[in-house]
Design a protein around this ligand. Structure first.
Ligand code: CTP
Ligand code: MG
Ligand code: K
Length: 181
């Protein structure tokens, strides 16, 4: 696989995991998942993690996987690239894992004295990626090992923080997000 192909496959395979958190920013709000509960004086998760955001984010990721499955043959033929398609379990595990990773990160932020919206460099950029990869590795192991070869995994780990920082700065400048991280 050439470097370009590796990068394209990594981004393609991760698109269903990139979309959920952005969709949650656009569509989230309402009842917090933790129901306002606290642990040692700090919120369990905080008001930034809502049921609507988690559900809308997951569904948006599944929709993206379905769309990519539909256009993969056409794009593949046009570019000469072999693009991965998503079996149903992977189409759900990637977005759900991304949303869960983001929720685990908020749990860790609240336990370390960070209030809602506070930055946690490193965790903010990789929480959803680790969540998505971990759940997909567990739930769709065969597809995961065939798709995320070592070079594709390496490309994912390098590219994801860059893409994350870029989209969040854009969302912040567009007034969609209160912080640029
Ligand atoms: N959001 C949501 N539900 C989720 C995730 C995100 O409703 N499961 C929405 C919330 O409006 C949230 C915004 O998207 O404020 C931005 O998401 P994020 O940066 O992850 O949350 P923060 O508000 O920064 O909170 P935290 O410090 O817990 O990350
Ligand atoms: Mg935030
Ligand atoms: K986050």
């Amino acid at each position: 696989m050439t470097l370009v192909e590796t990068v394209v496959v990594a981004i393609w395979a991760l698109l269903p995991a990139y979309v959920p958190n952005n969709a949650a920013v656009l569509l989230g709000g309402g009842r917090p998942i933790d129901g306002g509960r606290t642990l040692d004086g700090a919120r369990l998760l905080g008001d930034g993690k809502t049921w609507r955001g988690a559900l809308a984010g997951t569904l948006a990721g599944v929709a993206v996987a379905a769309l990519l499955n539909a256009i993969a043959p056409t794009i593949g033929t046009a570019t000469g690239l072999t693009l991965p398609t998503f079996p149903p379990v992977a189409a759900l595990a990637l977005p759900l894992g991304a949303i869960l990773g983001d929720i685990v990160a908020s749990f860790l932020k609240r336990r370390t004295g960070r209030s809602r919206g506070a930055a946690f460099p490193g965790l903010d950029q990789l929480d959803f990626l680790v969540g998505a990869l971990a759940l997909t590795a567990l739930a769709a192991t065969t597809w995961f090992t065939a798709t995320f070869t070592l070079p594709v995994l390496a490309a994912a780990l390098v590219l994801t923080p860059l893409l994350h920082v870029t989209t969040n700065v854009i969302a912040y400048r567009a007034g969609l997000k209160s912080e640029p991280w």
